[in-house]
Structures are given as C-alpha cells and as structure tokens.
Design a protein around this ligand. Structure first.
Ligand code: ASP
Length: 363
C-alpha cells in the first residue's frame, strides 16, 4: 500500500508530459532578482492578462458599437489592475481590482449581467488564489453578492476555509459587510431575453422528443450561452503571481450546478512554483481535466514552457473531448499566453510600461 502514492505521482507526471509535443527548459531569470523586476537594461516583466469569456464570438455577429463597448470594458479592467501593480501593489489586489470592474460591467457574465439559471435566477461562482502562499478562497452558488470575487477573497483571508457555498457563503458575506443586491440588480434585459429565447427553443426540442434525456448539457441554441466569464492573472513587481475568476456560469444550468471557476485547480490556480491560470468555457470539461492545475503541473514538473503547456491542455486535450473554452496564464518570468479553442475570447494584456493589447477574435 505504501508504494502506491510514490508510484502514482511519477506515472501521472509522465502521462501529463506525454500530452505535449516536446519538453524544453523554461526561460530563466537572473537568480538574484525578484521575478517581476529587471536587471539594468532589461525590461521589467511584471504585468497582467485578463479575459472576459470565450465562446461563439464571430466578426459577423459583432457590431462596431458592441465591439467598442467590450474593448472599453476590458481596457478599464486592465487599467484598474495596472494601477495597483504600478505602485508596487500585490498581484492579488490587481486581480481583484480588474475583476471588480468587469463584475460591475453588465456586458460580462459575472456580477451584474450574470446569465440566468434554469429557474431564471442569477447564480454566481468565483475564486481567487495567491501564488506566493497557495492561499485560496472561493464561493459558489451565491445569488445576491454584488462582487463575488471580493467575497472569495474574504473566505481566503477571514475564514479558515477555502470554499463556501450558497446561503452559508451569503451569511458569511453579510457578517463581513459585503455589499449585497436584490436580484433585479443582476438581471439585465438582454440576459432575460436570451434566457427566454433559450427556454422557448428548449421546449420546442423537448416537445419533439429530441434530447430530453441527453447526457450533455441541453444547449439547443449554442450562441445563447453567451460566455462572458471574467478572469485575471498577474505578476507583481515583487515576483508574486495571483489568479482569479468570476462567473454567472452557463445559461440555463440547473439550480445548484457548480462550474469550474470556483474549483481550485480547475478554473483557477496560482503558484509561484509554476504559473497562474484563469479559465473560461464549459466548466464540466475544465473540472474533469483539472485544467488550471494540469497546465501548472506541466510547467512545474515537466519543465515545459508556459505556452506549450497551455496549448497541450487547451488545444489538444480539451479539443479531443470537445471541451470548448480557453485560458489565460502567466509565469514568474512574465511569460504569458491566452489559447482558446472557440471562435473568440475577449482578452487583454498590459505590460509593465502600460502598453495594452486587446483582442476578441482569432487573429
Ligand atoms: N466556465 C464557466 C462555467 O462553466 C462558464 C464560462 O466560462 O463561460 O461555469
């Protein structure tokens, strides 16, 4: 019996490494410097990557006004995170600041603008993780918390727990003076209309006898899922990584369904030993494949460069299973990547000089 754990780890690592085309040593930084700083003449490598969800996002469906609104929303979030990093603040605070901006922006599926579950209610999940300590906090199935990522942070810092759910999480939030809102605050007219359309389409499908017992989620109108989960990963000037994710989940999910975002290692993970990851996509696949932790394990134990590790999980492993979505990731050298296997992903990067890059579609 005692030999099993000793054998299991190398086997699991070998299996993970086998997913990648080839293993190379990651780029290294000068040993005496914190990872986010720079030697004389070198560019500092700290910065932040964010996402605002992946899914069926095509140029044909996008109006110029809508695209401009998304770009503006992503830029506001990047600038909020950057302000923290620039003054020497913690990556954890930068991640929270950027996510708070997107939670308050009804364009995104998190906080205000969260999609509705099968009963027509918003039901939100969020997680945050500190790569320097492996401290983590998460909440699932909350209905009234204005900024779920802030409650996740409080679970991490003000409770002995990692994860809290539903009513208990909200009781804790009230004790911590977290801002609560009536349901009407979260539900926007476009989300309600989208939900109505999906409900109508699903009832037509059920009446025709197709798919009523389907094991896969009954997303009869895939475009209506409107991914828009938000996430951020950051490396600060002290060389510490952090990650966070906040979401309303998938539209028409069952009451009580929990996605990958609040599950540490699935949709959210950060460790200074490897990388920081935030995911978006159909959470069930990200949970089964422990996507965020798998990428970091390839970096940590497989010594794989970040981009290669992320690609092997998102573009190969998930694709083989039809697991749709994408991730953002950053390592301690400031390398970053944002692979996705859907038609688009709202995403942005800001570097130490404040230079911003925002993209939506496949390039
Ligand atoms: N990953 C989220 C979930 O499954 C949804 C999303 O990213 O759009 O809850």
């Amino acid at each position: 019996m005692m030999n099993i754990p000793r054998l299991a780890l190398p086997l699991a690592l070998a299996a993970l490494a086998a997913c990648a085309p080839s293993a190379q040593a990651p780029a290294s930084t000068p040993a005496a410097l914190p990872a986010g700083s720079a030697a004389y003449g070198q560019e500092p490598r700290w910065g932040m990557v964010i996402h605002g969800g992946a899914g069926t996002i095509t140029r044909e469906q996008m109006t110029p006004e809508r695209e401009a609104a998304y770009r503006a929303g992503l830029e506001r979030a990047l600038r909020a995170g950057y302000a923290v990093l620039q003054r020497g603040g913690r990556s954890l605070d930068a991640v929270q600041a950027a996510i708070n901006v997107m939670e308050d922006d009804s364009l995104f599926n998190a906080g205000r603008g969260a999609v509705l579950n099968a009963e027509g209610h918003p039901e939100m999940d969020a997680a945050i993780m500190d790569g320097s300590t492996l401290a983590a906090g998460s909440v699932a199935g909350v209905h009234h918390v204005r900024n779920p990522i802030s409650l996740a942070r409080l679970v991490m810092e003000k409770s002995p727990h990692v994860m809290m759910i539903g009513d208990g999480a909200e009781v804790f939030g009230r004790q911590q003076n977290v801002r609560m809102e009536d349901e009407s605050y979260f539900i926007t007219a476009p989300r309600r209309a989208s939900w109505e359309r999906q409900r109508a389409a699903d009832s037509v499908r059920a009446a025709s006898g197709r798919g009523a017992m389907a094991p896969e989620p009954a997303y009869s109108v895939p475009d209506e899922r409107k991914f828009g989960t938000v996430g951020a990963v950051a490396l600060d000037q002290a060389g510490n990584l952090a990650a966070g994710t906040s979401t309303g989940g998938t539209q028409m999910k069952r009451y009580g369904r929990v996605g990958d975002a609040p599950i540490i290692g699935a949709g959210t993970y950060a460790s200074n030993s490897s990388c920081a990851v935030s995911a978006t996509g159909t959470g069930e696949y990200f949970i089964r494949n422990t996507v965020a932790r798998s990428i970091c394990a390839l970096v940590e134990y497989g010594h794989m460069p970040l981009a290669q590790a992320a690609d092997s999980v998102v573009m190969r492993q998930l694709v083989r299973q039809n697991g749709d979505g994408g991730i953002i990731a950053m390592d301690r050298q400031g390398n970053w990547t944002w692979p996705f296997n859907t038609s688009g992903m709202y995403r942005g990067h800001i570097d130490a000089r404040g230079a911003i890059q925002i993209q939506i579609f496949k390039q």
